[in-house]
Ligand binder design. Structure first.
Ligand code: HEM
Length: 387
């Protein structure tokens, strides 16, 4: 049968998608949402199974907004073509490189930012800490060391807005084109130096591979668009969750459960990436639902991570919870390439160093922190008193 239709109010969905997703899981776990013109897969195990079926749930989307605006990167390729590019960046993203190269540099970066912040009485965790740390780390990992951290953040946001610009807003498209042109200029500026003195940054490693320059540029843009706001949102979100749930903070302080589990549970509970799109490559029936060639399908990671059949307390932030079934980083061949990098940055450096430097940190009275977004979800701000 055709997937049943489910209507959403896009404004409300963006404010808080979770009540909608809960109802979809209960009544229409695979459904067509006219406002998104897509078939949504909402149950964790359905996504876990279907994502690996790349013959049907294809990533390649020729003519799609991401490909048009940012070039064709690995996230929009399937099978061997995808694996080839994925292998090319492995020397940058491997757990060994993260431990031997990036961890130390992330620590130095966090110390510098925190020393500066120490002079202040209060800050916005999102803009003053999480954004700077995430951007700085991305400069190191991509190899675009000459970029300003605020440019990294603007580039990332402009590309994300651009690839979600289904309504074709000209201003959004222009901002995205400006960002990609600036990234191209930054890549060109760094190329010669990295050819003379290669390192393990993504740009350097890709320049040493057999990928054409267009793919190198497209994948650097992908890392910036995909690596900036998720880490920013995860760092700020974890801080908020711990400060709001003092019982959870007490568990961390007692050292019975570590920072890694804070990050894993937060990413389950408030998935920074709530959705990954696919294109139906051929007619297909799954669980009695007919998928039609050419249809758009959305793998709803945010919904999967609150699946009542997989988690004991799906709607509650509880770091004692078993997160083994979380698919916050995906569940197939496109599993997040930056997973080890972000575990090191968020759980290994960003959170422990902040709470060590500011043991008395607390949410300020002057606060208007709100979560928003369903495809990408994070806090708008988080004002805290530091001392
Ligand atoms: C909290 C941090 C992060 C989260 C939650 C996250 C989540 C995700 C998710 C859900 C996907 C799609 C998986 C799929 O479709 O199966 C993805 C893909 C990807 N991510 Fe991340 N990500 C994070 C950080 C990063 C960072 C720091 C980088 C780069 C340095 C990065 C680079 C990528 C790349 C390149 C892909 C595409 C992989 C492929 O197509 O094979 N991510 N990420």
């Amino acid at each position: 049968m055709k997937p049943p239709a489910y209507d959403i109010d896009l404004v409300e969905f963006s404010k808080d998608p979770y009540p909608f997703l809960k109802e979809m899981r209960a009544k229409v776990p695979i459904c067509y949402v006219p406002q998104l013109d897509a078939v949504l897969l909402n149950k964790r195990d359905d996504i876990f199974i279907c994502e690996k079926n790349i013959e049907v749930f294809a990533s390649s989307q020729p003519g799609g907004l991401m490909t048009v605006l940012m070039g064709e990167n690995m996230m929009r390729k399937d099978g061997d073509a995808h694996m080839h590019e994925r292998k090319a960046i492995f020397p940058t993203i491997s757990p060994k490189t993260v431990a031997n190269q990036w961890q130390q540099q992330f620590e130095t970066l966090a110390d510098e930012i925190l020393d500066e912040l120490f002079k202040q009485n209060e800050m916005d965790v999102v803009a003053d800490y999480a954004m700077r740390l995430s951007s700085g780390a991305l400069k190191i990992v991509t190899g675009l060391m000459q970029a300003d951290w605020w440019d990294m953040d603007r580039w990332s946001q402009s590309m994300i807005d651009g690839i979600a610009n289904y309504a074709g807003d000209k201003e959004i498209e222009k901002r995205c084109n400006t960002a990609t042109a600036e990234i191209d200029a930054a890549i060109t500026e760094r190329m010669e130096a990295l050819k003379r003195g290669p390192d393990q940054s993504m740009l350097s490693v890709l320049l040493g591979s057999d990928l054409p320059e267009s793919s190198i540029r497209a994948n650097i843009k992908l890392a910036i668009s995909g690596g900036q706001n998720e880490q920013r949102d995860a760092i700020a979100g974890c801080v908020w969750a711990l400060l709001e749930h003092s019982d959870q903070m007490d568990i961390v302080r007692s050292k019975t459960i570590g920072w890694m589990q804070v990050f894993e549970e937060y990413s389950r509970w408030m998935a920074p990436i709530g959705m990954s799109p696919r294109r139906i490559n051929e007619d297909f029936t799954y669980n009695n639902i007919d998928f039609i060639e050419g249809q758009r399908a959305f793998l709803m990671f945010g919904s999967a991570n609150r699946d009542e059949d997989c988690f004991a307390k799906p709607d509650i932030f509880d770091i004692r919870q078993d997160t083994a079934k979380s698919i916050a980083f995906g569940a197939g061949p496109h599993f997040c390439a930056g997973a080890w990098i972000s575990r090191a940055l968020v759980a290994g450096v960003g959170l422990p160093k902040l709470f060590e430097k500011f043991p008395d940190i607390k949410i300020s009275g002057q606060n208007d922190s709100r979560f928003s977004g369903w495809a990408f979800r994070g806090l708008n701000q988080l004002r805290v008193d530091l001392h």
